[in-house]
Design a protein around this ligand. Sequence first.
Ligand SMILES: NC(=O)c1ccc[n+]([C@@H]2O[C@H](COP(=O)([O-])OP(=O)(O)OC[C@H]3O[C@@H](n4cnc5c(N)ncnc54)[C@H](OP(=O)(O)O)[C@@H]3O)[C@@H](O)[C@H]2O)c1
Length: 169
Amino acid sequence: MFVGISVDGFMARLDGGLDFLPEDGGEPHGYEEFMRTVDALVIGRNTYETVLGFGGWAYGAKPVVVLSSRELAPAPAGSIVQHMQGEPKDIVAKLSAQGIGHIYVDGGVTIQGFLRAGMIQRFIVTRVPVLIGSGIPLFGALERDIRLRHVATRSYASGLVQSEYEVVA
Ligand SMILES: NC(=O)c1ccc[n+]([C@@H]2O[C@H](COP(=O)([O-])OP(=O)(O)OC[C@H]3O[C@@H](n4cnc5c(N)ncnc54)[C@H](OP(=O)(O)O)[C@@H]3O)[C@@H](O)[C@H]2O)c1
């Protein structure tokens, strides 16, 4: 995962608003480089609808799996979108069978489900210098602790602080 959050840990406002994140990421902080390493994205329906609302298509020709128990809004022309649902480990197995190895998981509920299922090995969180008080949290309840190994922390002129972690198996 590669996610931007407020210092108090929120990835979106309660209504899904992202206005507290700097426009266009504020300054280069590794997103393009990270995207180049990714074979496919797995995103939740809410994130998919947010991205559709931006107009255009943020993911280009990268395969995108949208998770939902319902019918999805039509995918934009030129996009490669698959609809799936179910357990994270089954989704990862289906993608592996398609030759997809490195998956970028995005969306609050989706990330939390993949973390609980042990399906996230590494993540990069970029904290934006703002407190928003309430919102959709990046992290949530866990049945047991997930130990992390700190890989690196980088700070940027605009105040972004980015930390990279590996999940200890
Ligand atoms: N700050 C950032 O970097 C960042 C990044 C991404 C997203 N966001 C924002 O965060 C908000 C979205 O977060 P969110 O917590 O609402 O979650 P989300 O993960 O985008 O969407 C949640 C929905 O995904 C579906 N889903 C998730 N796991 C599933 C599974 N295993 N099987 C079937 N369906 C599954 C369900 O859809 P159904 O209810 O249809 O079944 C669920 O309600 C949006 O506002 C988005 O813009 C921010």
